[in-house]
Design a protein around this ligand. Structure first.
Ligand code: GLU
Length: 380
């Protein structure tokens, strides 16, 4: 999608996800009320333009640290979770007050990755958010840090905001952080670092720039912001990474000013179901393919049949996402399984016509149907 101006990209925005990082929302004195007031004013302006806004807010742990007076830098998982619980309500109180001054209401939504892994819970979360928007209430979303452990964590709120953008079919992701956007090196240590205004494609060079810019207060750093922007580009949605500490930043963005870094969406995108399989569901196991199955899947758009399976790793259930690995160990696709791993093990290497006699039942001919397969080269 070359030569599109920011103004053109912004013209058709009807719903936007705005993610704000801990480094913007909090200082060592706790919540940065001036910034929250500025955000509330900016978001109220956007809403006047009939654009719906969903806020993804970090800052719970950082604000809990101040509230509890917890000075130790090393923290156990339970301590971080407890700090998030203490900080989250203070954060929401600040939003209630700030938006209240503009006559707007907010609602708190706390999600874990597992909530979005299951199609029904995914749709429930979606319905709740859409209902709030229809009532003109601003959903404020954070990870449910109290219960989230590694396997059910989004990892960081950059990833969460990408999933929420997809979940709500929003047309733009704005990621507000504490630097001006993506630089070709870390601007905090290199005064010659150059801001990259437009990213057409997240390639190796862009990822290298990003990995040189770690975060401070938040967990993600620039690398996780870029990964989120790449996911959005593949869903056909632009991302703008900009400095949330700059007063009036949202006004600048929405009037099409060249602030921050904009990531242009791809022309060829994944449909929302495939995007969900690839990026929202977490893969629960691996299937190793023989060379024939790899060729059929990668070059001829075929489904995965039992005969092409060499090995099954991990435990998965019907409907779980799994990685497809070739004989040299490279991941070639992700797909959604039609059988549990224990059943796939029993039918591996066998003919489709034997499935029923081996298992005593048959759901489908395919272990993964091509409609539920996403090739790795589609997301390069
Ligand atoms: N959920 C965490 C918090 O609110 C932040 C995670 C992140 O910064 O990505 O404190």
């Amino acid at each position: 999608m070359k030569n599109v101006s920011r103004k053109d990209l912004l013209k058709s925005i009807r719903r936007v996800v705005i993610k704000v990082g801990s480094g913007v929302l909090t200082t060592d004195k706790g919540i940065n009320t001036a910034i929250i007031n500025d955000l509330a004013a900016g978001i109220s302006d956007i809403r006047q333009k009939k654009i719906e806004v969903i806020l993804v807010s970090s800052g719970a742990i950082a604000s809990g640290v101040k509230k509890i007076g917890f000075s130790r830098k090393s923290r156990s998982v339970a301590e971080k979770q407890a700090l998030a619980a203490a900080g989250q309500c203070r954060l929401m109180m600040a939003y209630e007050e700030a938006f209240g001054r503009h006559g707007s209401k907010v609602a708190q939504i706390l999600l874990t990755r597992d909530d979005l892994n299951h199609r029904r819970r995914y749709l429930n979360a979606r319905n709740t958010i859409l209902t709030l928007l229809s009532w003109d209430v601003i959903p404020v979303i954070n990870e449910n840090d109290t219960v989230a452990v590694d396997e059910i964590k989004f990892g960081d709120n950059d990833n969460l905001s990408a999933m929420v953008t997809n979940l709500t079919e929003s047309n733009l992701l704005v990621n507000l952080t504490n630097i001006d956007g993506l630089f070709d090196s870390d601007p905090r240590t290199n005064k010659d670092a150059k801001l990259i205004e437009v990213v057409e494609k997240v390639d190796r060079k862009i990822s290298r720039y990003a990995s040189a810019i770690p975060g401070s207060l938040g967990t993600g750093g620039m690398a996780s912001k870029i990964r989120a922007a790449k996911k959005m580009a593949l869903a056909g949605v632009p991302t703008i990474i900009a400095n949330g500490l700059m007063p009036g930043i949202l006004k600048c963005i929405f009037s099409g000013e060249k602030v921050g870094t904009i990531f242009i969406p791809r022309e060829v995108t994944l449909c929302s179901r495939k995007h969900w399989i690839m990026f929202t569901k977490s893969a629960k196991g691996d299937i190793v393919l023989d060379a024939g199955a790899e060729n059929a899947i990668v070059n001829h758009g075929k489904s995965l049949l039992p005969s092409g399976i060499k090995e099954v790793r991990g435990r998965f259930r019907i409907g779980d996402a799994i990685r497809l690995i070739n004989e040299s160990g490279k991941q070639v696709a992700v797909g959604m399984a039609n059988y549990d791993s224990s059943d796939v093990k029993r039918i591996s290497g066998r003919k489709t016509s034997e499935i029923e006699s081996i298992l005593g039942f048959k759901y489908d001919d395919e272990v993964i149907h091509r409609d539920n397969l996403v090739l790795a080269d589609k997301i390069e």
